[in-house]
Design a protein around this ligand. Structure first.
Ligand code: E4P
Length: 233
C-alpha cells in the first residue's frame, strides 16, 4: 500500500517527501482553506513540483460542464495533477468525458460499492472511499474499502482505491489489510504511525547497555588499534 498525504500544507508535504515515503498528495477545498487565502494555481503547482506522484485537486462546480471546464484547466498546471470529481450524477458524467481525454480522475466523496463500480465503469483512475466519515455516522467505513478492493480485483479493473478520511493509526492498519492500493493520511497520522513505545524503550536500552561498558565512545570511534587508518577519538 502506498502512502499519500492528505493536506495542502507545503511544509508538511515537503517533510513527508523528505522522509521518502510519501508518493502523492490529496487536497480538498476544506484543506486548501486551512492554508488561508492563497493563489490556488501557484499552490497546486508548487505541491506538484515537490511531490513525485499524483496530486489530487478538487473541482468546485456542481454541473458536469463546469467540472469538465475546471478539470481541463487544472490538468494543464502540471503533469502529475489528478482531478477530484465528486461521486454525483454530474460527477459521473464529467468523469466519463475526462477519462476519454486521458485526464486522470479521483472519484471522491465515495461512500458505497455502487458508487465505486460506476467510477470504474466511467474510467476513473482512483476511487476514494471516505472511511472516517462513514464511521462518524455509525457505519463500518472500512467494510466499503474491503468490498471495493474485492470487486476491482475480481473483475481485474485498473481503478485504484485510495482509502481516504483516515483518522488514526488503526485505519492505516485496516486499509493495508483490506488491500487498498493507497491510504491518504493526514500529517498527524503520518507522524503517529512510525511511533511505537517499544521502539523507544529498545533504543534507550541499547544505548544504556553500550554506554555502561564503552562510556560515551561512539561506534565510529572504536576501530582504532587494529587499523590506524580508522577513526579515533
Ligand atoms: C480525501 O481525499 C479527503 O481529502 C479526506 O480524506 C477527507 O478526510 P476527512 O473526512 O477527515 O475530512
Amino acid at each position: 500500500m502506498r502512502l499519500f498525504l492528505d493536506t495542502a500544507n507545503i511544509d508538511h508535504i515537503r517533510h513527508g517527501v523528505e522522509l521518502g515515503v510519501i508518493t502523492g498528495v490529496t487536497t480538498n477545498p476544506s484543506l486548501v482553506s486551512k492554508e488561508g487565502k492563497v493563489d490556488y494555481r501557484e499552490l497546486v503547482k508548487e505541491i506538484c513540483s515537490v511531490v513525485p506522484g499524483p496530486v489530487s485537486t478538487e473541482v468546485l462546480s456542481q454541473t458536469a460542464s463546469g467540472m469538465i471546464a475546471e478539470a481541463r484547466e487544472v490538468a494543464k498546471w502540471a503533469d502529475n495533477v489528478v482531478v477530484k470529481i465528486p461521486a454525483s450524477l454530474e460527477g459521473l458524467k464529467a468523469t466519463s468525458v475526462l477519462s476519454k481525454e486521458n485526464i486522470r480522475v479521483n472519484f471522491t466523496l465515495c461512500f458505497s460499492l455502487n458508487q465505486a463500480l460506476l467510477a470504474a465503469a466511467a474510467g476513473a483512475t482512483f476511487i476514494s472511499p471516505f472511511v472516517g466519515r462513514l464511521d462518524d455516522i455509525g457505519e463500518d467505513g472500512m467494510r466499503v474499502v474491503v468490498d471495493i478492493v474485492q470487486f476491482l480485483d475480481y473483475y481485474e479493473l485498473p481503478t485504484q482505491v485510495i482509502a481516504a478520511s483516515i483518522r488514526h493509526a488503526q485505519h492505516c492498519v485496516l486499509a493495508a489489510k483490506a488491500g487498498a492500493h493507497i491510504a491518504t493520511v493526514p500529517y498527524s497520522v503520518l507522524l503517529q504511525i512510525i511511533h511505537h513505545p517499544l521502539t523507544d524503550i529498545g533504543i534507550k536500552r541499547f544505548t544504556d547497555d553500550w554506554r555502561n561498558v564503552m562510556g560515551e565512545t561512539g561506534i565510529l570511534a572504536t576501530r582504532t588499534e587494529s587499523d590506524p587508518h580508522e577513526l579515533t577519538n
